[in-house]
Write a protein that binds this ligand. Sequence first.
Ligand code: ADP
Ligand code: ADP
Length: 229
Amino acid sequence: TPAIRIRDLVKRYAPAGSGEGKLALGGVSFDVPRGQVFGLLGPNGAGKSTLINTLAGMVMKTSGTIEIWGHDIDRDRRDAKASIGIVPQEVVFDPFFTPIEVLEIQAGLYGVPKAQRRSMELLKAVHLDDKAHAYARSLSGGMRRRLLIAKAMVHRPPVLVLDEPTAGVDVELRRQLWELVRELNDEGVTVVLTTHYLEEAEQLCDRIAIINHGQLIANKPTRELLDMA
Ligand code: ADP
Ligand code: ADP
């Protein structure tokens, strides 16, 4: 089974007044193979965040099916949720929590037993171990992004999803985050990321799907896609 299997996914947001509501995903189907870095590329408004938020269970789909690591998100919600970690675009941490506390709280939310927690190890993996006990308010933007990635990994999901991981960051930080994604993937984590930078998708992804106006318009290995351009 693939890491993620999506079939005929439709999302129509409820209308603000009268009328039909916005069709954000118009029947999308694709698989994310295990072990890959998979890029979902498309312009603003294409439906990328809607798709990610539907995977994360934060947006209710209108119809269609989603399986995560073989678990249907409707019928097998607990196992599906345990199999995926989501890195949102931005999150405000409580300024008085430290990275180690952020990870311990998240581990508690996910019911990870104390003996199985590896918070320090995770902070090392994202190169934040020297900041383990610093207040979140003292962390730079790049450190916060890396903490978000560690937070999404506390329950050791096999699939990690990043929503626009480098939106609005400078070139150096972008390269750091790319390197971190590669390191996680080398350790066996399947990665799905959304981006509107073609270069980011080219540099990082084994496979790229292009979404526009809520429709998948391409889905190919990166090399094939670039040969066509
Ligand atoms: P992307 O992440 O690719 O920029 P989004 O998934 O955010 O795209 O948006 C897809 C479409 O759905 C856009 O037209 C957007 O305006 C609309 N949309 C997104 N969120 C909502 C919402 N909560 N209510 C209504 N429409 C929304
Ligand atoms: P519950 O399903 O028990 O209500 P939530 O889905 O509300 O739990 O998640 C609790 C916290 O964990 C929230 O802060 C949410 O943002 C975060 N969260 C939820 N799903 C994930 C995930 N897959 N990866 C990382 N954080 C997540």
